[in-house]
Design a protein. Structure first.
Length: 358
């Protein structure tokens, strides 16, 4: 069965110069995929021609006259640019022309447009951004929310846990993924009232055999791989994500500086070349690119805005796998079973954390 993805080719820091090479490479590795490239038609076709893929049988070009810039205010992206490549790509999912959408564009705009066009799933108050962190077990730790909801109530975090569990189970082929609730300590008595109340909801699900709740976890458990899924509000999640990205860049800079300090350290770098390559591979953020916007009535994936072609291809692969493994259907079933319909009067279209570059 062919799975079709729509791509916002104009989004991100580099636009079609990155998204189209990534798309062509992805198709070469995935024979069951087809792509709808959305953006300024003349530019897209020129890039396809340059890459000798002008008449690729599994590529369709869809013109969109406008582009959502990375610094566009939410009101401009949502209400003024109704023919943007981002919005048209999302509408492809709504219309059933694509099974998932991928964009590297403005995170706040993508969340707002996706929520406006696709709406939230029955039983879900607020969509969440679920990303992947590396861990010392050489596997993924799924973490949500990473910036869409900075103020949460217990039932919001409960919904995030359900959605994160379903996504991990489907994508990683794991029957009962473990769920950790991010806290300032592992004891039940620690944390604020929201976290304590959320813990009780998850404990009830665990007692009924519906979710595999491990308990409270701390920040160091993210990279230990203590649990498969870690749940937190968007404020904590976004700060954690940015701190991890900053630490990674800092460590890379330190290693480059120290190994080039003098001839002796440069010789040491040559001797340790194999190990250093493996370290780079394990910490390569490209392997973890592609955050899912969970809780919508359609699959939308967010690539890092500064992604290169290799990194963007990983986001395409995650979107393809989510569609292939029927994540949306599994989410609907689990949400209907575990999440009562509790309309959230405060749920309005809100941007992610300002300046977010997930």
């Amino acid at each position: 069965m062919t799975i079709t993805l729509s791509i916002d080719c104009m989004g991100g820091d580099h636009g079609s110069a990155i998204t189209i090479p990534a798309a062509i490479s992805f198709l070469a590795h995935e024979p069951e995929a087809a792509l709808i490239l959305v953006g300024l038609e003349a530019e897209l076709r020129a890039e396809l021609k340059r890459l000798k893929a002008y008449s690729h049988p599994r590529i369709t070009v869809q013109h969109a006259a406008e582009v959502v810039a990375m610094d566009d205010p939410l009101e401009v992206a949502l209400r003024r640019k109704k023919d943007s490549s981002m919005r048209v790509a999302v509408e492809m999912v709504k219309d059933g022309k694509a099974q998932a959408c991928v964009s590297a564009g403005n995170t706040a705009a993508l969340m707002a447009i996706s929520r406006y066009v696709l709406k939230t799933m029955q039983g879900v108050d607020r969509p969440a951004i679920c990303g992947i962190m590396p861990n010392q077990k050489n596997g993924p730790t799924y973490m949500l929310d990473l910036g869409a909801n900075v103020d949460c109530e217990p039932h919001h975090l409960h919904q995030f846990a359900v959605m994160g569990s379903v996504l991990f189970s489907a994508m990683e082929r794991t029957a009962r993924p473990t769920i950790g609730l991010l806290n300032v300590g592992t004891e039940d008595i620690k944390g604020n009232e929201v976290v304590k109340a959320t813990g009780k909801l998850l404990q009830e699900d665990h007692a009924r055999g519906k979710l595999n709740f491990y308990g409270n976890v701390e920040g160091n458990d993210i990279f230990k791989g203590t649990t498969d899924v870690i749940v937190c509000d968007g404020f904590v999640g976004n700060v954690t994500l940015k701190a991890a990205e900053g630490l990674g860049r800092f460590m890379k800079d330190v290693m480059n500086t120290e190994f080039r300090r003098n001839p002796l350290t440069m010789i040491g770098a040559l001797i340790a070349g194999g190990a250093l390559k493996q370290i780079r591979n394990r910490f390569n953020p490209s392997r973890y690119n592609g955050a899912s916007l969970l809780g919508l009535r359609g699959l939308v994936f967010k690539s890092h805005g500064s992604a290169d072609a290799y990194s963007f291809e990983w986001a395409l692969k995650r979107a393809f796998d989510a569609a292939k493994y029927n994540v949306q259907e599994q989410l609907s079933a689990m949400i209907a079973e575990l999440i009562p319909c509790t309309p959230d009067r405060s749920a309005v279209i809100e941007p992610a954390v300002p300046g977010s570059t997930i």
